[in-house]
Write a protein that binds this ligand. Sequence first.
Ligand SMILES: Nc1nc2c(ncn2[C@@H]2O[C@H](COP(=O)(O)OP(=O)(O)OP(=O)(O)O)[C@@H](O)[C@H]2O)c(=O)[nH]1
Length: 228
Amino acid sequence: MLSPTPSDAVAVPEEKLEFVSSCKLPMPWATFELHAFYDQISGKEHLALTLGDIGNGEPVLSRVHSECLTGDALFSQRCDCGAQLEAALKKIAKEGRGVLFYLRQEGRGIGLLNKVRAYHLQDHGADTVEANERLGFAADLRRYTICLPMLEHLHITSLRLMTNNPRKVNALKESGIEIAERIPLIVNRNPFNIAYLGTKARKLGHLIPALDKAETVEKVPPAAHDNE
Ligand SMILES: Nc1nc2c(ncn2[C@@H]2O[C@H](COP(=O)(O)OP(=O)(O)OP(=O)(O)O)[C@@H](O)[C@H]2O)c(=O)[nH]1
C-alpha cells in the first residue's frame, strides 16, 4: 500500500457549530439571554450569555471563559475561575451590555478527570504546568476558534476582552476575531491559589502584577479549621 501523499489529505473540519436555542436566564445581577450551541464534531455544548444591544457594531465588553466545574460551581479556592466568572457577569450587568462565552474545555482542555489527576500531583509538589506534563499533556490544550461562529451568530464584530491571558488574546486574534481592548480581571488572590497564580504568571505568561517573579511552591495549605 502506498503511503499517503499531501494531495490525499482531506481537510477535516475541527468544529461545526449549530445554534440550538436561546432563553432568558435571570441572574442575581441582571436577566441575561442564554444561547446554546452544539459542536457537531466534538459533541460539546457551548454557551453564550448576552445582555443589551450587542449587535450594533460597537466593541462589546466580553469574557471568554473556559469551564472549571470545581471553581465555577463548587467554590474551589485553588484557582480564580469562579471569582472571575462572577466578576465578569457583574461587570457586564453594570454596563448593561456584553457577552460571556462559556466554553466546555475543562481543565485547560484535559477534562475534569485529568484535572483531578493533575490536582493530585499538585497536592504532592508539582506546579500546574508540571502536573499536566507529567500526565502527558501540554500545559494548555485550549482552542478558541469555536468563538468565531458564535460571534457571527450574535452579530458581534469586536470585543473588549476581560482576561489576564495574552495567549488567549493572541489565539482569538489568530482566529480572525477583533480584540479592541484587553481589560485585566484580577480577583480572588488567596492563600490557596497564590502559588498557582504565580506559576501562571511565570510559565504561562499571565499578566498578574507582582506574581510574575515570585517563587512559590504550589501546594494547597491546610484550611484554617484543620489547625483548630
Ligand atoms: N489542567 C489544569 N487546569 C486548570 C487548573 N486550574 C484551573 N484550570 C482550568 O483552567 C481554565 C481556566 O484557565 P485560566 O488560566 O484561569 O484562565 P484563562 O482563561 O487562561 O485566563 P484568564 O482569562 O485571565 O482567566 C479552566 O478550564 C480551568 O478548569 C489546573 O491546575 N490544572
